[in-house]
Design a protein around this ligand. Structure first.
Ligand SMILES: Cc1cc2nc3c(=O)[nH]c(=O)nc-3n(C[C@H](O)[C@H](O)[C@H](O)COP(=O)(O)OP(=O)(O)OC[C@H]3O[C@@H](n4cnc5c(N)ncnc54)[C@H](O)[C@@H]3O)c2cc1C
Length: 637
């Protein structure tokens, strides 16, 4: 497989402008002759579909929720980065670029990251024009706060509901196009297969989740913006429905899967509280602007927080990383939390928690100010834990939150299947081995509003498209594959539920491919996952039928894909014999426990190619070159 990144030539700051000029355009009068399928209506898909509709293309949008407004992006809390430098504190496009390359531990493509930083400023203008109610200063200017891995305040926010407000903006733009007849919406439709004809993506097979009917839809190009696969861990901060099916189906049709082992474990989530819990809740990183993280100095100290005097507390992030303190990046903060808990200094039931304490900020700023900034997050915390964080410190612990890995794309966001473009969390493009906080919304909207509208047009203008329909053998084969799979899932009538299998997979992944990974553990996981998969296909029980609303069937299909994707994650983690960002191989660390990269052997993207059922996938490599931010040891001390 050839991995051609298609990076434009010239200085980094001019690459995107040059490329936009070099790309082909579609005559406005011809745009209505082209059709595009967008799978996903979150920030990336919603913004992309609205923009493509506005340009005049015929767009079909698919999502599995009952409304595009319910895409998982709605859950994003803390904010979105942009290099506006409103604070006059030293920010610039270059600094955001630098912070992101360094934050990703030098495992992302420089040119993509620069473009992201460059476009960040347009995103804020676009969203303000849509009426997104960003937080403002008293004088009316947009407010900013800080997020991890940065020494400037560049995060724009709408209280703790930034994703919701941004999504409402994208949704309005999308619905305007629905009203104009340019976009047709297919809610409650789940894409279960990609249709590839003559080597190009030409359509999808989707199941109407209410009636169970299978439908085949065709277009000249297909965009996947289907979000991340972090629910492979079962317990995660993701919405329960988030899954990897769309990208996994595409992988099995020839799209390379890049860096599957790069997953983000977020340091500030409400700890697990029981065996039957099905979901974890994030406490936004923005809270680390004012909350201080600590544990008791002494192992096994079971006193309540208020009885532990100041001198017996270890503010370990401030101690270890004095420059960045509580705003050290997520991978580093999560590992530090794990380390203190492993030392027996964790707090709360099972010792799997650390304190996030607002006492100092409340004393300094007053409770009303803290409430103004984080009121909804505090309320959410209290509802879940029955503890009042204005009075006692929050207890937090790391949890699966984001996937930096995803389908490999070139500079145009084109996968290795021509005509299949991938945006947002579903692709691997910009965050390397660790994503900085508030950069996912930025990437999703950059892809959707500002990159896909150009690169989709360029693809359409560069190719000719024959008409295709359901009678095409590839379309018929794709539908038959889906039918067969649904039949098999329903026919086993075994003894175990989907959830019990998913929980077991999650435990394997968390234990062996979570915050810390090692050779022996990964090898064990590579034995356990196929065994679990074998049992799944023998002993699963899915009630009901395929011709009705059947959530067990939906979940079973998604888990079947997770059971394969999880294995690829472990394989990728095993073969990457270095530590970088969120991928921490315990064998490769410095004497003080920091990630130890091996740039000689691993300064590349690993893009996995499906080799057929039962065969080991092929590991392809895209070398990474760092010219503008020279390779260096990543330090936040
Ligand atoms: C709790 C939480 C808080 C976060 N806070 C922040 C934050 O403050 N700042 C930040 O930058 N990032 C944050 N993130 C990350 C960020 O929210 C996500 O990375 C981002 O919103 C993903 O957007 P997306 O458009 O790529 O995908 P999503 O919003 O996940 O949308 C996926 C879409 O694809 C559709 N879909 C998926 N599969 C199929 C299929 N097979 N068939 C049909 N449709 C399908 C879904 O229906 C949905 O419409 C947070 C994440 C979480 C979990």
């Amino acid at each position: 497989m050839e991995l051609k990144a298609n990076l434009p030539s010239g200085p980094i700051a001019q690459k995107w402008s040059k490329h936009r000029f070099d790309m082909k355009l579609v005559n406005p009068a011809n745009k209505r002759k082209y059709s595009v399928i967008v799978v996903g209506s979150g920030l990336a898909g919603g913004a992309g579909a609205a923009s493509l509709g506005e340009l005049g293309y015929n767009v079909k949008v698919f999502c599995y929720q009952d409304s595009p407004r319910r895409a998982h992006s709605i859950a994003a809390q803390g904010g979105i980065n942009a290099a506006k430098n409103y604070q006059n504190d030293g920010d610039s496009v270059w600094r955001l670029f630098y912070d992101t390359v360094k934050g990703g531990d030098f495992r992302a493509r420089e040119a993509n990251v620069y473009r992201l930083a460059e476009l960040s400023v347009n995103i804020i203008d676009q969203c303000v024009a849509q009426g997104v109610p960003f937080g403002r200063e008293y004088g009316g200017t947009l407010a900013n706060r800080s997020f991890g891995g940065a020494l400037v305040s560049r995060t724009f926010y709408a209280r703790g509901q930034t994703g919701q407000q941004l999504l409402l903006g994208a949704y309005q733009a999308l619905m305007r196009q629905v009203g104009a007849g340019q976009v047709k919406m297919f809610p409650r439709h789940e894409m279960l297969e990609l249709v590839v004809i003559d080597g190009r993506a030409r359509g999808i097979v989707a199941r109407d989740m209410v009636t169970g009917k299978l439908e085949t839809h065709f277009a000249d190009a297909v965009v996947l913006a289907t979000g991340g696969y972090g629910n492979v861990f079962y317990l995660a901060t993701y919405a329960k429905g988030c899954n990897g099916t769309a990208i996994w189906r595409a992988y099995k049709k020839g799209a390379a899967f890049a860096n599957p082992c790069y997953t983000q474990i977020h340091p500030t989530c409400i700890p697990v509280h029981g065996d039957y819990q099905s979901k974890l809740t994030l406490m936004s990183e923005s809270l680390r602007n004012d909350g201080r993280i600590w544990v008791p100095k002494k192992a096994g100290d079971a006193r309540p927080a208020h009885q532990i005097p100041e001198e017996e507390r270890d503010y370990y992030l401030e101690r270890k990383y004095p420059t960045y303190g509580n705003l050290a990046p997520r991978d580093i903060s999560s590992r530090a939390a794990k380390q203190v808990c492993d030392e027996g200094r964790g707090v709360g039931p099972g010792g799997l928690g650390v304190y996030l304490d607002f006492a100092d900020s409340i004393a300094r700023l007053g409770a009303p100010k803290i409430e103004e900034k984080y009121g909804n997050l505090f309320e959410m915390y209290e509802r879940i834990t029955a503890e009042d964080p204005y009075k006692v410190p929050m207890r937090i612990f790391p949890a699966s939150h984001y996937t930096m890995g995803g389908l490999w794309v070139d500079y145009n966001l084109m996968s290795t299947i021509p005509g299949l473009l991938v945006g947002g969390e579903a692709n691997f493009s910009d965050h390397g081995a660790n994503r900085l906080g508030a950069s996912a919304l930025m990437q999703g909207l950059a892809d959707g509003y500002f990159i896909l509208p150009y690169t989709v047009g360029h693809y359409l203008a560069s190719n000719k498209f024959d008409k295709v329909d359901e009678s095409h053998p590839e379309a018929r084969a794709a539908t038959a594959t889906v039918e067969q799979r649904l039949r098999t899932l329903l026919s086993m009538k075994g003894k175990r539920t989907v959830t019990s299998f998913h929980r077991e997979l999650g435990k394997i992944m968390w234990e062996h491919c979570g915050m810390g990974r090692n050779k022996a553990g990964l090898e064990a996981a590579l034995q356990k996952i196929p065994a679990l998969r074998e049992e799944f296909w023998r002993n699963l029980n899915v009630p009901g039928s395929a011709d009705e609303l059947n959530q067990s069937l939906e979940m079973a299909g998604r888990l079947a894909d997770f059971l394969e994707l999880g294995e690829l994650m472990c394989l990728d983690a095993l073969e990457r014999e270095e530590s970088c960002g969120g991928h921490f191989r315990e064998e490769y660390q410095t004497s003080d426990g920091e990630a130890l990269r091996d740039d000689e052997r691993f300064c590349h993207v690993a893009a996995w190619e499906y080799a057929g059922e039962g065969k080991k996938p092929i590991r392809n490599v895209e070398p990474l070159v760092f010219e503008d931010v020279p390779l260096q040891t990543r330090s936040y001390k």
